[in-house]
Design a protein around this ligand. Structure first.
Ligand SMILES: NCc1[nH]cc(CCC(=O)O)c1CC(=O)O
Length: 322
């Protein structure tokens, strides 16, 4: 580090319980790595303040722009984001210094009385404001031959779980990773298999960002990077970008590694786009060598996007679901 002082490193974070939990974990890892103190700097983003639905405010970047402004202004040294909240276009001035090993990427159901999705009665009210979740849940319900009602909700994880606890909704759908980070995994009633519901691109992964000009810090943070997670989320985000969809679009994607025993052999990338009523889904997958460069991962995402667009994916997006 060119700055050899023991000045604390300033980690910018949102104030939510989830953001504080994940920033706290990264702060500890950076402390161990550098021997330097790390101090959390709380920053409020538009996404935290606005009461509008994410689909309405346009989604991309509402949780990250204030953190990025603080990085560019030199008010903080680095920031931790949920990768799925990060817009696919990376600003030139900012380095995605590390993508640590991903947690469980799946969505989960928290339902009343311990119910699974299959056990929910016809007419069940399921809370989610995500067009991606609505599309896949409605498609799944159709397959099971039952009607459900998806109810748009917003708010932090505790608020969302509260709708079920108070009996206002039969179930809510959330990301497994977020629940585990805030210590509420025990309330999960079903982990949704990815054959039924593909997560958001980058779900379950974190992104650690710093200013491009701070090369020594970028190099230090890079030690927290997991190349497999980076390859997977790069392919997923490339698919999203090539579909020209934002984080509030009904797009799911997941890259996973195929292994022969302990040996990783290939990477599979799956993608889905659908109408929120679940009547039409375009769902495709591709398998190939594990990308050994960012360019290869990007190419994999682009190829799958092209195949999905061939199947009519474009016509299913752009709708502002609610
Ligand atoms: N959209 C909000 C959001 N952004 C990141 C997570 C936690 C999971 C993750 O880090 O991928 C969540 C909550 C959720 O979707 O349940």
């Amino acid at each position: 580090m060119n700055d050899t002082s023991m000045r604390p490193l300033r980690l910018g974070t949102r104030r939510s319980k989830l953001a504080m939990a994940q920033s706290g974990q990264v702060a500890e890892a950076v402390r161990q790595l550098t021997g330097r103190p790390v101090e959390l700097v709380e920053i409020t983003t538009y996404g935290d303040v606005s009461r509008e639905s994410l689909a309405q405010i346009g989604g991309t970047g509402v949780f990250v722009s204030a953190l990025r402004d603080a990085l560019l202004a030199g008010e903080i040294d680095f920031a931790v984001h949920s990768l799925k909240d990060l817009p696919t276009a990376q600003p030139d001035e900012l380095a995605l210094a590390a993508i640590p090993p991903r947690e469980d990427p799946r969505d989960v159901l928290i339902a009343r009385d311990g119910l699974t999705f299959q056990e929910l009665p016809a007419g069940a009210r399921i809370g989610t404001g995500s067009p991606r979740r609505m599309a896949q849940l409605n498609a799944w319900a159709r397959e099971l031959g039952k009607e459900i009602e998806t109810v748009p909700i917003r708010g932090n994880i505790d608020t969302r779980i509260g709708f079920v606890a108070k009996g206002e909704l039969d179930a809510v759908v959330l990301a497994a990773a977020g629940l585990s980070r805030i210590g509420r995994s025990a309330e999960v009633t079903q982990f949704l298999e990815t054959d039924a519901v593909l997560p958001a691109p980058g779900q379950g992964a974190l992104a650690i960002e710093c200013a491009m000009t701070n090369a020594p810090l970028a190099a230090t943070l890079a030690e927290l990077d997991d190349p497999y997670t980076r390859a997977a989320v790069t392919a997923e985000r490339s698919l999203l970008a090539a579909l020209e969809a934002g984080c509030s679009a009904p797009v799911g994607a997941l890259a996973d590694l195929l292994a022969d025993g302990q040996i990783v052999t290939e990477m599979r990338l799956r993608g889905v786009v659908g109408t929120t009523d679940g009547k039409t889904l375009v769902q495709l997958s591709t398998t190939g060598p594990v990308p050994s460069s960012s360019e290869e991962a990007v190419a994999m995402g682009r190829e799958l996007a092209a195949a999905m667009l061939d199947k009519g994916a474009a016509g299913l997006m752009g709708e502002r679901a609610l």
